[in-house]
Ligand binder design. Sequence first.
Ligand code: SF4
Length: 258
Amino acid sequence: MSGYQTAECRSVISRSKLPGLDYTFNPYVGCGHGCVYCYVPDLLKGTFSRWPADVKVKEGVLEKLRKEVQKLSPGVVGISTSTDPYQPIEADLKIVRGSLEIFRDAGFPVSIQTKSPLVTRDMDLLGTMDAEVGITITSSTEEFRRRFEPSAPTPQSRFLALERLSGEGIRTWIFYGPIIHGFNDTEDEVRRIVGIAASTGSRVLYDKLNLKPLLMCRLLKSISREELERASSFDYRKAYAMVAKLCREAGVRASPAF
Ligand code: SF4
């Protein structure tokens, strides 16, 4: 495989204040999926000169992780919160896979969130530990993906990944977000996503578009100022109510993500 860049880091696992997570583990810095609505560049201001950013691997990540887990009490680890853990480079490096072995052996449950079907490679491991996998499904259409998630895997490949994971008895959930009014919040669209949740026994977490300065600049390259204004001034309680209602009718557990 071709070479890759590394990023210096002092520690690789952090305490988390996110709901349901005790720790976060981000083995990579940057993300190649290039979602235009991504708020990571806003959260890590000054870290990236462009987005999508070149993906870097944290230096000595697995050695550091092995040492750090020994000093912590077991708790749920979110993999990952500031990048997608299943970057294309993960297919060769197998760092997430190595981390799963470490977390399993140390008795740490894991909660993975990804857009990549590469996660199914690790089903053999995930089936032997306390693990759940969330697949982000923002839309069922290629049109939406091309516009907002240009380098991410197709919606169809995400549905199939969810089906395979659930078929193996692994707990699954769908992250339906961000909801961008005018683009992925029609009733038909929500019904399709709820249908996939129902057929795979997945719960649904949903979230609206959260506008931040760098994110707005990128969005304006994909949508018009009028569309942005319409999406930003929308009362998302209406979308939330529709998602909650359709999930309730389909017997799918659902809640806002934050
Ligand atoms: S996959 Fe997640 S981290 Fe990566 S660009 Fe998209 S929203 Fe950002």
